[in-house]
Design a protein around this ligand. Sequence first.
Ligand SMILES: *Cc1c(COP(=O)(O)O)cnc(C)c1O
Length: 409
Amino acid sequence: MKPMGPLPQEFVDQAGVLTIGGHAADALVASAADTPLFVYDMTAIATRIARFRDAFPSIDLHYAIKANPLPALLAAIAPLVDGLDVASAGELAKALMVKPARAISFAGPGKRDDELTDAIRAGATLNVESEGEAERGFAIGDALGLAPRMAVRVNPDVELRGSGMKMGGRASPFGVDAARAATLVRRIVAAGAHWRGFHIYAGSQALDAQAIVDTQAATLVLAARLSEEAGLAPPLVNLGGGFGVPYFAGDVALDVEQVGAALGDALAARAPVLADTRFAIELGRWLVAEAGVYLTRVVDVKQSQGETFVVVDGGLNHQLAASGNFGTVVRRNYPLAVAARMGEAAAGEVSVVGPLCTPLDRLGDRIALPPVAVGDLIAIFLAGAYGASASPSGFLGHPAASELVVERS
Ligand SMILES: *Cc1c(COP(=O)(O)O)cnc(C)c1O
């Protein structure tokens, strides 16, 4: 028997039925075309945003849309956040449907000229990732007769401890090394572009509040040092994010109030060069991951050499991360449940596998579940971030999953 991650309690009703945003799982499936289906609870997302606002009263909140770019979800989140962070021209186009360009920033190490053109023409801020990219941006701005808005993305000399994906403290394709950032700021100003400040992103999926506190404090010091070197005060410092969610057994939810209190203290003591600067935190996963549930239907239950396999109609083609093949070293189980038997005692050990012809397509490995029969709905939780859009939906030619946004009435 292997453990599963913690079940998000907000989806369990008194009768032991899975309800998402107040709607029973089988009713949601009936209202969509069929399984497989992603359901996103916008009320759960709004609750997290409200919690962030309370914990970080003076900080702007940006949503990193690569976590979940579904247009209906973006439209619902956009009015609740101060900015949207995008990483391609495709995401930029989606963001521009729901937010003014001035509230959009564009990061990513391989922006093509046509992408730079789209961003400069729209008036979005480029988080510039290299000197070469800045020069291409100036040339495009000149050709368009527009001054580009440019922040400098810094490859920090700090890393986010305990982060699932480290993006600082080492050689990196992201951003310019801190040692060259001030020179690039001066070049941006000299070229007549609008310098918007710094973007400093040190990692992702951290559950250790103290690690985030330390990283944010170091990021503030770095931003102050670079501003002094450049001789200019930044309008905005994007402090990154990296807030994690509990996916696996033993994971404990992040104490965002602790992070907020410590950041408040650090800001109160910040260097004078940052006195008039605004600060932003950009979050993807923490805002949306727990609000999403992936619903599949049991197609077969079979035995092999003493083990029971529950075969469902969707798998890593829609929810790659739950199979352990998206950025994890050791495969561990996401939380799973039988939608009609939430909280019921386990009947035995099963493995839940998807329909794809590869042994990688395993959503639950030797987990304890209540009785399961063909036709039952199986829910895989923590499906709101890096699910549908981060999975190889073309692999093996099954249809794409449906996606549904719900609100509690
Ligand atoms: C991916 C990414 C994010 C979002 O990360 P989460 O772990 O989903 O919060 C934020 N900023 C940048 C620069 C990113 O690349």
